[in-house]
Design a protein around this ligand. Structure first.
Ligand SMILES: [Zn+2]
Length: 494
């Protein structure tokens, strides 16, 4: 039986975030597992790249040898100390596992540490230096990967998933395991070409259910109907990492035909570049968004979800932005709720005050000066408290442990506000229901997320409104302090 090392070091790093990411960021997500303990992810029925690799690989007769798994919610650049610790834990798992027939890894593709702009490239290069060029390496990537020359040079295959929201991660892991088996049996069988595309795609435009991404996805899928093309994908990139290699890309994998892979990837790149004007972000302001919501309400609609895309913790923001919160409190529309504002200080004050009491709270806007001023809430009623822990209910990364930390629900007039101790994107209604909120009974639900919330909430509503006030995950890329990205690039220079 062929033995493959599987492992994950998954982090999407925003160079715009104020604070570095430390080991605690990884450990508190309950997603730090060493060696055999990585199998725990299968036991909890977590569906993501790594469990897809492990279960898919085992099903086709590969011996799965887990080295290490670490995931942290997106945040600032990884500190040097944390980066060293991740490498140490990963390679400790690998070194104990010799002999090795291949590596099948699940990384993000937009990991940045204080010393290393290309985390994935650094890991791949080190694997090559320790285990040579004969051992095949396959690495799955998030669609928000910034693919670098170092990654292309050192991996045999890079396999990004296709959909945003990322509901195809498990299947991408299974596919990577099948590619791995092929490469072990026939080392020259599969060839990859990566074509970089000089476009920065804001996360506001990335949803593959909407145009123009829907057509781009179909165009790539169409390539797979060509004989010998095994996989064809458009990669969105992650501008907020602000490294030289931030950009979109096309990746094509063929049955041994490098010329075909290159031609197909270049054709996808041309197709997308020709449609670039459609990729400019165009979202509503908070005021416009709430006006639209109020119009829906006068028409008798409810369950109107407003997402504040510019403070999306899933892109490394502080999660304490107050633009949407402030306007919702001022309008005081009946049956309104918002979650989750990251403010551990306010949580502790509310807990000290106690369930059933009222207090005055200063909420949010405390991390930096990019996401609005703190909001003073008078007579906030403390309705409920919880530990903020649950497993994701959405089809996307189903079963993944989430840890908002100690969280409270306060009521201010008609508005229920969820305040949490950790910065997390809203993927589903888990934190709402833990605190006793059934969102289906609400007119307006404010969430901090760019796209992933849709994988869950779209089942319950046709009324989603994206608002984009200032913030470090805004779609208005020209407003950001991006310094290192290779220029010229669309849309910054056009
Ligand atoms: Zn992503």
């Amino acid at each position: 039986m062929k033995r493959i090392i599987v492992g994950e070091v998954m982090h999407e790093s925003s160079s715009l975030a104020k604070y570095p990411t430390e080991e605690i960021n990884f450990r508190r997500t309950l997603m730090w597992h060493e060696k055999e303990d990585v199998f725990n992810l299968c036991k909890i029925r977590f569906r993501d790249y790594l469990t897809g690799i492990m279960e898919g690989g085992a099903a086709i007769g590969l011996e799965i040898v887990p080295a290490f798994c670490a995931f942290a919610s997106p945040s600032g650049k990884i500190s040097q100390r944390c980066f060293e610790s991740l490498k140490e834990s990963f390679f400790a798992g690998v070194d104990d596992s010799i002999p090795i027939d291949g590596f099948c890894l699940a990384f993000h593709g937009a990991g940045v540490s204080e010393s290393e702009a290309d985390l994935e490239g650094a890991f791949l290069e080190e694997i090559r230096s320790r285990f040579g060029w004969e051992t095949p390496i396959v690495m799955t990537l998030d669609p928000h990967a910034n693919i670098t020359e170092k990654m292309i040079k050192n991996a045999d295959l890079l396999v990004p998933s296709k959909l945003y929201p990322h509901i195809d991660t498990y299947e991408t892991g299974e596919l990577a395991a099948r590619f791995m088996k092929t490469l072990i049996e026939e080392p020259d069988k599969l060839k990859m070409h990566v074509e970089k595309i000089p476009i920065l795609l804001p996360i506001t435009m990335g949803c593959t259910d909407n145009e123009p991404m829907k057509s781009i996805l179909q165009y790539c899928n169409g390539k797979e109907k060509i004989e010998n093309i095994k996989y064809s994908v458009f990669v969105q990139g992650f501008p907020y990492s602000d490294i030289e290699d931030c950009s979109c890309a096309a990746v094509v994998i063929t049955d041994g035909d490098i010329v075909l892979a290159e031609a197909a990837a270049k054709d996808i790149a041309d197709y997308v570049y020709d449609r670039r004007e459609e990729l400019r972000s165009d979202c509503l302001s908070v005021k416009e968004g709430l006006d639209e919501a109020e119009t829906y309400i006068t028409e008798g609609k409810k369950i109107i979800v407003i997402n504040e895309t510019s403070d999306n913790p899933g892109a490394g923001t502080p999660g304490d932005g107050t633009w949407l919160l402030r306007e919702m409190l001022e309008r005081n529309i009946e049956k309104t709720c918002i979650g989750a504002i990251n403010d551990p200080e306010a949580v502790q004050e509310a807990i000290r005050s106690g369930v059933g009491t009222t207090l005055n709270l200063l909420v949010g806007g405390k991390t930096d000066d990019q996401h609005g001023e703190p909001v003073r809430i008078q007579n906030a009623y403390v309705k409920s408290i919880c530990d903020g822990k649950y497993c994701i209910l959405s089809d996307m990364t189903h079963g993944q442990p989430v840890n908002f930390g100690a969280s409270v629900r306060i009521q201010a007039g008609n508005v229920d506000v969820i305040i949490a101790s950790n910065s997390y994107q809203i993927m589903d209604d888990g934190i709402f229901s833990l605190l006793g909120i059934d969102f289906r009974e609400y007119n307006i639900i404010g969430v901090k997320s760019a796209q992933h919330f849709k994988a869950y909430f779209k089942k319950f509503t046709d009324h989603i409104i994206t608002v984009d006030p200032p913030g470090i995950s805004t779609g208005n890329l020209e407003t950001l302090n991006l310094k290192k990205i290779k220029r010229p690039i669309f849309p910054l220079d056009f």
